[in-house]
Design a binder for this molecule. Sequence first.
Ligand SMILES: NC(=O)c1ccc[n+]([C@@H]2O[C@H](COP(=O)([O-])OP(=O)(O)OC[C@H]3O[C@@H](n4cnc5c(N)ncnc54)[C@H](OP(=O)(O)O)[C@@H]3O)[C@@H](O)[C@H]2O)c1
Length: 270
Amino acid sequence: MRSDPLCEDFLVDLGLAGKKAIVTGASKGLGRAIAEELAREGADLAVCARHQDELDAAAAELRATGRKVHAQAADVTDPEQIKDFVTRSAQALGGLDILVNNAGGARPGTFETLTDEDWKADLDVKLLSMVRFSREVLPHMRERGAGRIVNINAVLGRSPDPALFATSVNRAACISFSKTLAVELGPDNILVNSVNIGSVLTPQWENIRRRRAPNVPADEFFARAAEGIPLHRFGRPDEVAGIVAFLASERGSYITGASIDVAGGAGGHI
Ligand SMILES: NC(=O)c1ccc[n+]([C@@H]2O[C@H](COP(=O)([O-])OP(=O)(O)OC[C@H]3O[C@@H](n4cnc5c(N)ncnc54)[C@H](OP(=O)(O)O)[C@@H]3O)[C@@H](O)[C@H]2O)c1
């Protein structure tokens, strides 16, 4: 609780209590922070990831908030697993209001090094997972007369880097997908937004550090990597979770088709 009585003026009821939310890739990193934030705001959750053990650990912590949690191992590149997960999530929670498409990962490689297989795999986990999840949740959201879809993308989709060629190109497609879907679903009162991540410290980045510079201490590696970021630091997962919860909430009721960077100012675009 805040002790300053003036702060009460700033308390915002997000209106998320009792809402039913899917968060993909919620066993760790950004997805987990987003799921935790939504649970703290009173939402019931359905979460997925491929590794059952990590998912179970995350689900146990989420349940400690007192919210209902459906956890199911599912690969977001598999259309049948997506269908099954969405169906069972809606059954377990009693409907669906919110979808956060978060699962994914970076795919390093320049135009010269990427194979067709790399391109297909990257499209599957990024763009097609969003397409397929959105398709599956639509009937449930239409049934409720409203819905929120938040797509976790990358600032590279607006400010490309050839060293992450596939990520740059495919995230641009994901951002366009979000806007185009927002236009199509506006009349259904289903709001769709894109949150574009810069560099946020998660297990994904820990893996990158271990691969690229296993002997460099973490503090030093991340300080050096942050030199090009205007805020001169990596973001924290909770700094992403807040804006996602807001976009999913009643307070974000007139925001759709937006593409919002959470990147500490990174990227040369305007
Ligand atoms: N962190 C950043 O700086 C950054 C920057 C730009 C964009 N992003 C994007 O933000 C999202 C989250 O990134 P993060 O840094 O939190 O990554 P992370 O720490 O590696 O966590 C990724 C989560 O997604 C799950 N996941 C990955 N592939 C999956 C699949 N095929 N099916 C189901 N679940 C899958 C992982 O669990 P399993 O491995 O068990 O499946 C895990 O729960 C990703 O889409 C990433 O591309 C992050």
